[in-house]
Design a protein around this ligand. Structure first.
Ligand code: FES
Length: 114
């Protein structure tokens, strides 16, 4: 049985087999989620925010331990959370891209002053 997942903010969607990890679904949708351990729940770089947690598998002990101290409700590791129903997840902006974007905005504002 296939289920749908939507990735925000891009709005890209994928239809995947139920039980597929969010990380694998993101690759199918062409959405980039940072990872260093390639799905072994070691790097903690693949965090996403579940907009409707009922579409994802429940937290398992390993993921719960890894996310201990995360203060944002709905945070999941995309390599551990599996798509079980219609799911919507928000993918945080890559911190390096965010830093470059902020610097470019600052530079554009300075250029306007000249
Ligand atoms: S990919 Fe490294 S923790 Fe999920």
């Amino acid at each position: 049985m296939n289920v749908d997942i939507t990735f925000l903010p891009s709005g890209r969607k994928a239809s995947v087999r139920a039980g597929t990890t969010v990380l694998d679904a993101s690759r199918r949708a062409g959405v980039s989620i940072r990872t260093r351990c390639d799905g072994k729940a070691a790097c903690l770089m693949c965090k996403v925010l579940a907009e409707n947690p009922s579409g994802l598998s429940p937290l398992q002990d390993n993921e719960r331990r890894k996310l201990a101290g995360t203060d944002r409700l709905g945070t999941r590791l995309s390599c551990q959370a599996r798509v079980l129903g219609h799911a919507v997840v928000e993918v945080p902006e890559d911190p390096l891209k965010a830093a470059v974007r902020r610097q470019l905005m600052r530079q554009a504002e300075e250029d306007e002053l000249w």
